[in-house]
Design a protein around this ligand. Structure first.
Ligand code: A3P
Length: 346
């Protein structure tokens, strides 16, 4: 009898213990996720907004975070959104490129900042004539819901190389902040090629080798008609943008460093966007299986980028690499000179 009572008592203690630990874990996770969405004063004073942090007690924020989520799923009425001051704001900063520079990683990592809300999809408003014809309200409606004191950021890498885009963005907002993430030009061109190659392979199509596309077989010179090469001549594209925006409105992100050491790069962006430093080493952890840094929002919610980011590149003839590097060198020098950021590419 005594033995039975002891067993019963032990079981009860075990259940109570698990409940206590579970609740504690839940609370810690909640606080972590709330911190992410907490509107912050310095941001508000810079970007304007109706509420101060004091007006957003944690409980209310918790509810509001849920509301944002529900609205994204289409479960909330417009009236509720209006009541809670949710808005769809035009972006205050745009990641304009460069394709394969690490644009997705940059957007996702900036989204760790509580004052930043990302547009998840590439909207292609300024580079696609059909979308552009739909007007600015169409564009705004594509933006995620946010609190007025947050800023929206979108990324569409084709913006950087598309002729009409600088003027169109200028017409929307001449003081917008523009982020360009670049990688060593030859590596970027190979990454670009790898993406196209994967698409062809998926459709069971054959494709040329990189060497054949990048080098003109008649002249044995770099083929400047090949898009992957042209895109990597960063200075040529930037010069078009500079007809509309002063260089102070651009910030160059080192995409190679974002891979190996993301935090200092993100801190430079926070500064450029006049955001208080909120992204910390806690938010970024190296995942050895992926071979990349992944994102940690709180103790429960982590994520790595999709498998399409970080592909294995095909081997390229070293003489072709040397030729390309030599070709890009003068353009790189000019790019460093214009932007004031030296990246020590070969
Ligand atoms: P590779 O696939 O060549 O490695 P974009 O998002 O502009 O298409 O850029 C894709 C590149 O982002 C990838 O190129 C990858 O190297 C880089 N990248 C940077 N940080 C990353 C991260 N944390 N996880 C995955 N890819 C990352």
């Amino acid at each position: 009898m005594l033995f039975k009572q002891q067993v019963w008592l032990r079981q009860k203690l075990l259940v109570l213990g698990s409940l206590a630990v579970g609740s504690l874990l839940y609370l810690v996770a909640r606080v972590g996720s709330l911190d992410r969405l907490q509107p912050i004063c310095p941001v508000e004073s810079r970007f304007g907004g109706a509420h101060s942090q004091a007006e957003f007690p944690l409980r209310a924020l918790q509810f509001k975070r849920g509301l944002l989520h529900e609205f994204r799923k289409g479960n909330t009425s417009k009236e509720q959104v209006r009541l809670h001051d949710l808005v769809q704001q035009l972006p205050k900063a745009i990641i304009i490129g460069v394709r394969k520079g690490g644009t997705r990683a940059l957007l996702e990592m900036l989204n760790l900042h509580p004052a930043v809300v990302k547009a998840s999809q590439e909207i292609h408003f300024f580079d696609n004539d059909e979308n552009y014809a739909k007007g600015i309200e169409w564009y705004r409606k594509k933006m995620p819901f946010s609190y007025p004191q947050q800023i929206t950021i979108e990324k569409s890498p084709a913006y950087f190389i598309t002729e009409e885009v600088p003027e169109r963005i200028y017409k929307m907002n001449s003081s917008i902040k523009l982020l360009i993430i670049v990688r060593e030009p030859t590596t970027r061109a190979i990454s670009d090629y790898t993406q196209v190659l994967e698409g062809k392979e998926r459709k069971n199509k054959t494709y040329y080798k990189f060497e054949k596309l990048a080098i003109d077989p008649n002249t044995c010179e770099v083929n400047t008609k090949y898009k992957a090469v042209r895109t990597s001549i960063y200075t040529k594209h930037l010069e078009r943008w500079l007809k509309y925006f002063p260089i102070e409105q651009f910030h160059v992100v080192d995409g190679d460093r974002l891979i190996t050491e993301p935090l200092p790069e993100l801190q430079l962006v926070e500064k450029f966007l006049n955001l208080p430093p909120r992204i910390s080493q806690y938010n970024l952890y190296f995942n050895a299986t992926r071979g990349f840094y992944c994102l940690r929002f709180n103790i429960i919610f982590n994520k790595c980028l999709a498998g399409s980011k970080g592909r294995i590149h095909p081997e390229v003839d070293p003489s072709v690499i040397t030729k390309l590097r030599k070709f890009f060198h003068p353009f790189n020098q000019k790019f460093y000179q214009i932007t004031g950021r030296t990246l020590n590419w070969p």
